[in-house]
Design a protein. Structure first.
Length: 243
């Protein structure tokens, strides 16, 4: 430990340096969660489809992605991402590290969100969709106007918890050289030989952000999700921790 370096963390220049890293962390998180939600919704509906050509590829995607560590996905897109997109954008295309991180985080998180949304949809009483179909609503309109609004309302705590998780997972993007909050701390402690102090400082930042989001999710939907939904979400979160 080097207590004599604590004064660095009240230096305006150092604080601006950390603030820039925090900005990229937040941007990574917001972009990844938005993309994950869109993709996750598609695969959740695919898993619930009665058409085998939609259901089985969706099951394969979700189960396959959840079996792979998120770090491997980030590294894969960092190494092979450019070649994957060159047929669409030209041979000179070079995938930025930001988007390599977003794609890795989004691919893994979309599989988790697909399971969360599927759990919310299955937990709703069948009478909801049956009544909508009896009124003449098509399947897409039933999902859009009846099922999804209720399922999403019950899923708010789980989605907020996943946002908390993705904020912490952004630290993995630093392994491919992208500058974010963890990377900024690594640069500081490499120059000043104070890893405990630098990592302790960003740990406080992560804690404040994640604790605030956790409390917000509890206030939004505390106790509103049905018991069977909460049981399914607990199973999904346990699988996420094991992975």
């Amino acid at each position: 430990m080097r207590p004599d370096t604590w004064h660095l963390f009240i230096d305006p220049g150092i604080l601006r340096f950390f603030a820039e890293g925090l900005m990229w962390t937040v941007l990574l998180s917001i972009t990844s969660i938005a993309l994950s939600f869109a993709v996750g919704l598609l695969f959740a509906l695919g898993r619930l489809s009665t058409r085998a050509w939609l259901r089985w590829p969706s099951i394969a995607y979700v189960e396959g992605v959840l079996a792979v560590p998120v770090l491997l996905l980030i590294v894969y897109f960092s190494i092979k991402g450019s070649s994957l997109f060159q047929p669409f954008f030209g041979e000179d295309f070079d995938l930025p590290r930001f988007w390599a991180g977003v794609l890795g985080l989004s691919m893994y998180t979309s599989a988790i969100i697909a399971e969360i949304l599927r759990a919310g949809i299955l937990a709703l009483p069948r009478g909801q969709s049956e009544a909508a179909r009896a009124l003449g609503l098509s399947y897409p309109r039933t999902m859009r106007f009846v099922v999804l609004p209720q399922a999403l309302r019950a899923m708010v705590p789980a989605l907020m918890a996943q946002l908390t998780t993705i904020i912490k997972d952004t630290s993995l993007v630093g392994t491919i050289g992208f500058f974010e909050l963890y990377r900024s701390a690594r640069i500081i402690y490499t120059q000043n030989f104070n890893p405990i102090e630098a990592l302790g400082f960003i740990s406080i930042i992560y804690f404040v952000i994640c604790f605030t989001l956790s409390q917000l999710s509890r206030r939004l939907e505390l106790g509103q999700a049905p018991k069977d939904v909460r049981a399914k979400l607990a199973e999904i979160q346990l699988r996420d921790q094991v992975a």
